[in-house]
Design a protein around this ligand. Structure first.
Ligand code: AMP
Ligand code: MG
Length: 494
């Protein structure tokens, strides 16, 4: 199977005109594909090694399309930092075509494809830095089992793009079963296009959630599904320390995927009020705000759906968000701490919550690296030696009071478990990554790629795609940045 064998059925182009504009990609000078993702290839039923490099290059250069593609820019709107912006849409990305794969439909979206009717003042371009960051994010999130868009490949070109500095231009061939956003529904609500909104929801149901077509109230079932998936998604972000950075409603997926990676980061030294986005001075989208913002965004979506769904029902469905999020978060955190057995007060979600929150307090108090802390905890066996080793790994004094107290609780809790220390470690290693997409590592591979060496990019991509399997002699990938290292500046300008 090669790119040529992909079959397209571009359903979005058949939606009413208000949903999109046909746009031909701009072609960029001297495009080179830097890396092809086996994961992305598999989502298209392809193998990365057998992909025709020249064809992929021509596609990512905006020079050629594959047979069956009909490129369009999608129109949507959204709430940005709390304010409604009617002037959004694909400003620099194009939906080239919808491939029909064995896993279902898969959008091929070229980010950095040039200007569109929705570019406003933007140049329609993407830079290599942001394209690599988005490429790696898709791999990292997939590796962790967190729903996300992915990418088939990332390419650099010879265009010079002005951001805070002049940077190499790039394109990303992004993949998702659909790029449908909350903002698509908002657009139709604001324009009072209830009929078009019905058309959109039926489209999404038939194509992506066919099981709801026969439901008593299909639109309601669809909304409930968005609520549940968003709750689970954000629970996973919280459990793995992911901060999206720009949770505007136009960046929220109706399929519950992590979408539109910009100034995101995985939190390292644990600090719940932190955001990597330097343009978010108020911390609206800080780590600890994400669950609440998720609900705020879903409320905007609910409001937009009022022409189709009874307000009372929308309220009831929204009420499911918080418990669903808490349930998933508790499950994930219990697994991360190596706990399986139920506690007395643990019917579904609340058990072990105190142990989780005191663990997080400990990490916060000592500014411990969030990721390495969980991995290190897996080595703890209850004896003095492993306690010292753990303290060492966490960079906490072995006789630290808070840590000693927490470990006493943990010891008590482990008495209820039937697994051996070895079994627990194996299970914890399977959910606590040793490879994490750290901002400084991404920056290192970006700088190498900008200097013409894409080997580090491939090396990091491979590790992120299998983040739980530790390779030998690999310490450089685990080390968090020094406490006083200057932060990499991330902003919305990408
Ligand atoms: P984002 O913050 O990346 O979600 O983008 C918000 C809006 O700005 C979307 O409609 C994007 O398509 C648009 N946009 C972002 N960067 C550019 C650019 N360089 N050129 C044109 N449009 C852009
Ligand atoms: Mg966006």
């Amino acid at each position: 199977m090669n790119l040529n064998s992909l079959q397209f059925d571009n359903a979005w182009t058949r939606l009413p005109e208000a949903f999109h504009s046909p746009v031909t990609p701009t072609s960029w000078r001297n495009t080179r594909v830097l890396d092809v993702s086996p994961l992305g290839a598999a989502q298209l039923d392809l193998e990365s090694e057998s992909i025709d490099g020249e064809r992929l290059e021509a596609l990512m250069a905006g020079r050629e399309l594959l047979s069956g593609m009909t490129p369009i820019a999608q129109k949507y709107t959204g709430h940005q930092f709390g304010s409604y912006n009617p002037a959004l849409g694909d400003g620099r990305g194009l939906l080239l075509g919808e491939a029909m794969t064995s896993l279902g439909p898969m959008d091929l979206h070229l980010k950095g494809a040039g200007q569109t009717p929705y570019s406003r003042f933007g140049d329609g371009r993407a830079v290599l830095r942001s394209s690599i960051r988005e490429y790696l994010a898709g791999e990292a999130m997939s590796g962790l089992g967190i729903p996300t868009t992915t990418a088939l490949a990332v390419a650099v070109n010879d265009e010079r793009v002005a951001r805070e500095r002049i940077e190499p231009g790039a394109t990303l061939l992004r993949l998702a079963p659909s790029h449908a956003r909350f903002g698509h529904v908002e657009w139709l609500y604001q324009r009072r296009k209830a009929e078009d909104m019905q058309t959109l929801l039926w489209h999404l149901i038939h194509r992506h959630r066919p099981e709801f077509a026969e439901a008593e109230a299909p639109f309601e079932a669809f909304f409930a599904d968005v609520v549940e998936r968003t709750a689970k998604l954000i629970a996973a972000w919280q459990a793995y320390g992911f901060v999206h950075g720009v949770m505007n409603t136009d960046n929220m997926s109706l399929l519950g995927l992590t979408l539109d990676y910009g100034p995101y980061a995985f939190m390292e030294r644990y600090k719940p009020d932190w955001t990597p986005n330097h343009t978010d001075a108020g911390g609206r989208y800080a780590f600890e705000q994400q669950p609440g913002v998720g609900l705020w965004n879903l409320s905007v979506l609910a409001q937009s759906l009022t022409p189709l769904i009874d307000v009372e029902r929308l309220r009831e469905v929204l009420n499911e968000y918080e418990p669903a999020l808490q349930r998933t978060y508790a499950q994930l955190m219990r697994a991360r701490l190596g706990l399986t057995a139920k506690t007395d007060n643990d019917d579904t979600s609340s058990g072990d919550a105190a142990l989780v929150s005191s663990w997080l307090k400990l990490l916060e108090q000592h500014q411990v690296d969030f990721h390495n802390a969980f991995r290190a905890l897996g080595t703890y066996r209850g004896d003095e030696d492993s306690r010292r080793q753990l303290a060492n790994a966490l960079e906490i004094a072995p006789d630290d009071k808070a840590m000693t107290a927490w470990l006493e609780d943990y010891d008590q809790r482990l008495l209820r478990e039937s697994r051996s220390a070895d079994e627990r470690r194996l299970a914890m290693d399977a959910v606590n990554p040793c490879y994490v997409l750290r901002t400084h590592l991404a920056q290192e591979v970006i700088e190498a790629a900008e200097a013409g060496d894409s080997a580090p990019l491939k090396g990091l991509r491979e590790r992120l795609a299998s983040p739980f399997e530790q390779r030998e002699d690999d310490a450089r990938w685990f080390i968090p940045p020094a406490i006083n290292a200057p932060p990499v500046c991330l902003s919305c300008s990408s």
